[in-house]
Design a binder for this molecule. Structure first.
Ligand code: COA
Length: 199
């Protein structure tokens, strides 16, 4: 049985609002959708979801969000025109002392790939991370075959800071893990003269 992408009837209140998408806090009622995305071979391939993801696994995300001092925030990506939930993204393991946060993202509905949606979502996360959470540095772990992810990172101004050689075993091959990052001042400079910037 397949679950169709969630076509929402109720009004969405964006937490972070972009041109084509908005980011809204994740909801327990949508667990089945997240499970579908994370187990889809096309989606999980380069996202390192190597073992099956259960509802219970994803419920742990809600536990993290209940912490008194939160270090992770996840959002659903809502497509404004189509009124559909199409993926999720957010911050993992924020270190409030070092003012650094790791971002992750997945567009669970492959139909929406290659339309600039990941780049728009990451721009929203960067602006939120720097202007609201007062982070100093934002970074992402990306595997070398995931060209879409590292091109997206470069498009929003992130730089490849480190390469861990043959660090991951994906589809029968050892591949590199890249760390992409951006500092607040560099993000500000990068966006000063840019059009289509979420800020
Ligand atoms: C990887 C992923 C996030 C990219 O999202 P997206 O919305 O398609 O990305 P964008 O449309 O913003 O594209 C950013 C850039 O990457 C390019 N790109 C996207 N997918 C690509 C691919 N498979 N191969 C080569 N380039 C690709 C785009 O053309 C664009 O570059 P351009 O503006 O210079 O043309 C999406 O494919 C996805 O969610 N995949 C499954 C889960 C996953 O791998 N998550 C990431 C874990 S690190």
């Amino acid at each position: 049985m397949s679950i169709s992408p969630n076509k929402l009837n109720h009004k969405i209140t964006p937490f972070l609002d972009g041109d084509h998408i908005c980011l809204v806090p994740i909801k327990k009622e949508h667990l089945d959708l997240y499970v579908k995305w994370m187990n889809n071979p096309r989606v999980r391939r380069l996202a390192r979801s190597t073992t099956p993801t259960t509802k219970e696994d994803i419920e742990k995300r809600f536990e993290v969000q209940k912490k008194k001092i939160k270090d992770s925030f996840y959002f659903e990506i809502f497509h404004k025109q189509d009124k559909k939930l199409i993926g999720d993204c957010g911050f993992n393991n924020i270190s409030w002392i070092d003012r650094r946060g790791n971002i992750g993202l997945g567009i669970g509905e492959p139909k929406y790939w290659n339309k600039g949606i990941a780049s728009e979502a990451v721009n929203l996360l960067l602006k939120y991370g720097f202007d609201e959470l007062n982070l100093f540095k934002i970074y992402a772990d990306i595997f070398s075959p995931n060209i879409g992810s590292w091109r997206c990172a470069e498009k929003v101004g992130m730089k490849r800071e480190a390469e861990l050689k043959k660090h991951e075993y994906i589809e029968g091959k050892y591949v590199d893990r890249y760390i992409y990052s951006i500092f607040k001042d560099d993000w500000k400079d990068y966006n000063k003269n840019r059009k289509n910037y979420a800020g």
